[in-house]
Design a protein around this ligand. Structure first.
Ligand code: OAD
Length: 393
């Protein structure tokens, strides 16, 4: 592939480490044995071809399709203070997101291939679908920055909750309660919600990218802190490759950044081919199909059985509900957001060590009349990276 296909932002700045900013140069760097410690950073975009929606893609993303949950705003479904008030939307969604029904993509197999070659230093993932694990990447090389469905506990007393009861609750869209005497707090999977701290392991390992000699970022909008800051922790001379349908974060701003703005699966195939690994990659991926029912996950099959008229009617119903709700909810949304922003700042000011999961603010949140964002100058940029900063690119 030529340099023109690996798009760059600042083409005038000469590459320091790679020689030139192309996919071939990255492949050559790997083949020369100079990339023995690769960090991979991923998000929902590496699982979309498995049939799991990402979050922010305009029409297909999860947040664009949550009208049926009657939320004040889309990200509320993963917000801990909203969950305390109304946990049902999360449990409705959890049934669809629960791991087990989906096959890893070839991108997941590519990460496993890096491990097989002894090149994977660490995979930092924001995903909760566990597909990297299913593809074969060992547990100790995966850092699930936003937690996973693997464990569950009470949000009040933190007591753990039996896995079989959680599976039953999710299957039946019920909200499980803590079994400890006198508690009865809400239980949820240990997925990190907005307003909660990331796992301690994240803060221990977040400096690992400094030791890497290649960084590959795939399928993420890099819009949620503190994960979004990970690529910046690589040394300036470390080449960084972005494989994503769009340019994100500050990727492209450094001399050795290479941007492959396309589908993750086709991007990793190109990289594997340039490294001479394509056949091996395809056969590793073929392994992941074994023992699975042929075809797409069940939900998709059911959807595809609907007639055109039924699908049209679904769409009309959905749009009607969306219009009704947006008219009704604008007022509630403002009040809720203002309150939410106040609470969040109050919590953070109480404990500056508690670095919680933070999305970029929505336009509504920024416009909320009682927002206190102007009062938080000094020392909180690591928590709210957009404060006093220009947008990334
Ligand atoms: P997003 O939905 O924010 O971003 C996915 C990115 O992948 C976007 O830039 C898409 O353009 C791109 N993309 C989608 N499909 C692709 C494909 N097949 N090939 C290449 N690129 C593709 O998802 P995340 O960045 O993972 O947190 O979102 C981060 C966090 O926000 C999530 O962990 C979640 C969410 O709120 C929680 O739920 C707590």
């Amino acid at each position: 592939m030529g340099q023109d296909e690996s798009r760059m932002v600042d083409e005038k700045t000469p590459s320091v480490t790679l020689g030139n900013r192309s996919l071939e140069a990255v492949a050559q760097y790997i083949k020369d044995g100079r990339a023995g410690r690769i960090v991979v950073m991923t998000g929902a975009g590496i699982s979309t071809s498995a049939g799991i929606p990402d979050f922010r893609s305009p029409d297909t993303g999860l947040y664009a399709n949550l009208a049926r949950l009657n939320l004040p705003y889309a990200e509320a479904v993963f917000d801990i203070s909203y969950f305390r008030k109304n946990p049902l939307p999360f449990y409705t969604l959890a049934q669809e997101l629960y791991p087990g029904a989906y096959r890893p993509t070839i991108t997941h197999s590519f990460i496993y291939l890096l491990h097989k070659k002894g090149l994977l230093l660490k995979l930092f993932t924001q995903n909760i679908d566990c597909l990297e694990r299913e593809a074969g990447v060992p547990d100790d090389l995966i850092l699930e920055a936003h937690g996973s469905f693997a464990r569950q506990s009470c949000i009040d007393c933190k007591a753990s909750f039996p896995a079989d009861l959680m599976q039953k609750a999710i299957r039946e869209k019920e909200v499980p309660k803590c079994l400890q005497k006198g508690c009865r707090g809400l239980v949820k999977p240990e997925i990190v919600f907005f307003g909660e701290s990331l796992p301690q392991e994240f803060f221990v390992q977040q400096w690992l990218p400094e030791e890497a000699d290649l960084c590959i970022v795939m399928g993420t909008s890099l819009s949620v802190a503190p994960f979004s800051g990970l690529p910046e922790k690589c040394r300036e001379v470390t080449p960084r490759l972005l494989i994503n349908s769009e340019q994100v974060g500050a990727m492209g701003s450094r001399a050795d950044d290479v941007l492959l703005l396309e589908d993750c699966d086709s991007g990793v195939r190109k990289l594997a081919e340039a490294c001479g690994w394509l056949e091996e990659l395809e056969s590793l991926w073929a392994e992941t199909a074994k023992g699975r029912p042929k075809g797409k996950p069940k939900k998709k099959v059911e959807e595809s059985k609907k007639t055109r008229d039924e699908l049209l009617q679904d769409e009309v119903d959905k749009l009607t509900k969306e219009v009704e709700h947006s008219l009704k909810l604008v007022d509630d949304q403002h009040k809720w957001l203002a309150n939410h922003v106040d609470n969040k700042f109050a919590r953070i000011q109480e404990s500056t060590e508690d670095v919680s999961l933070v999305p970029k603010p929505t336009e509504e949140a920024k416009a909320a009349p009682e927002s206190k964002s102007e009062t938080t100058e000094g020392g909180l940029q690591h928590v709210y990276p957009w404060i006093d900063k220009k947008p990334s690119l």
